[in-house]
Write a protein that binds this ligand. Structure first.
Ligand code: HEC
Length: 179
């Protein structure tokens, strides 16, 4: 028989679980703090963050994750693409980046450094140098097409897995994704 006395702790427990759930979901509603250690990677970290919010977060989410939507998760993963010069270039050759309406290359480099060093978190290989305006100016001349994009991403993910010990789930859109 379930007594009233036994139900009280159960109700408390349920309340705590519900609260815990709320707490866990809450940070996704706002941008992450920019860690002091990565601020020097950007000339203007706050502008880089607002540029991301304005130009990219509508699709990618404020924290770089929109799971289970069918697009690659940036949060804690995008940094692996800094593994080789080719895979760094991939990030700048993405159509939404290369064709960005931000025409100032140094400003776009800052935005991409925000993406890599803030949203990418611990996925960035040690010793990675930030993007520069001239690197952006060069690579954005060679935007990937939607045809080449998928194959190129897979190829470069495999290089990052082999060379930089990226997790094999980098081949997927997000860990556990069906594709
Ligand atoms: C209209 C929606 C949309 C917007 C806006 C957008 N993206 Fe994307 N992004 C995508 C999709 C979809 C993909 C998957 C590849 C593709 O189809 O382009 C992607 C891929 C990426 C990737 C590759 C991640 C990986 O793991 O391969 C990065 C990085 C990225 N976007 C960054 C950005 C940045 C930075 C901006 C803003 C300048 C931006 N995106 C704006 C939809 C968008």
């Amino acid at each position: 028989m379930v007594t009233f006395a036994r139900l009280i702790p159960a109700a408390f427990l349920l309340g705590a679980v519900a609260l815990g759930g709320l707490r866990a979901a809450e940070p996704d509603n706002h941008s992450p703090d920019i860690p002091e250690a990565v601020r020097p990677m950007m000339a203007d970290p706050d502008l880089a963050q607002s540029d991301f919010i304005e130009n990219c977060a509508g699709c990618h989410g404020l924290r770089g994750t929109t799971v289970p939507a069918h697009l690659p998760e940036i949060k804690d993963r995008v940094g692996w693409f800094m593994c080789t010069p080719e895979s760094r270039a991939y990030l700048l050759r993405l159509p939404n980046v290369a064709h960005s309406r931000i025409t100032d290359n140094a400003q776009l480099a800052d935005l991409m450094n925000y993406v890599v060093f803030v949203l990418g978190g611990k996925s960035v290989p040690v010793g990675t140098k930030p993007f520069t305006g001239s690197e952006v100016a060069h690579e954005r001349q060679f935007p990937l097409t939607s045809v080449s994009l998928k194959a190129e991403r897979l190829r470069l993910a495999n290089v990052a897995i082999a060379k930089c010990r990226a997790p094999t789930s980098l081949r997927l859109q997000y860990p556990g994704s069906p594709q």
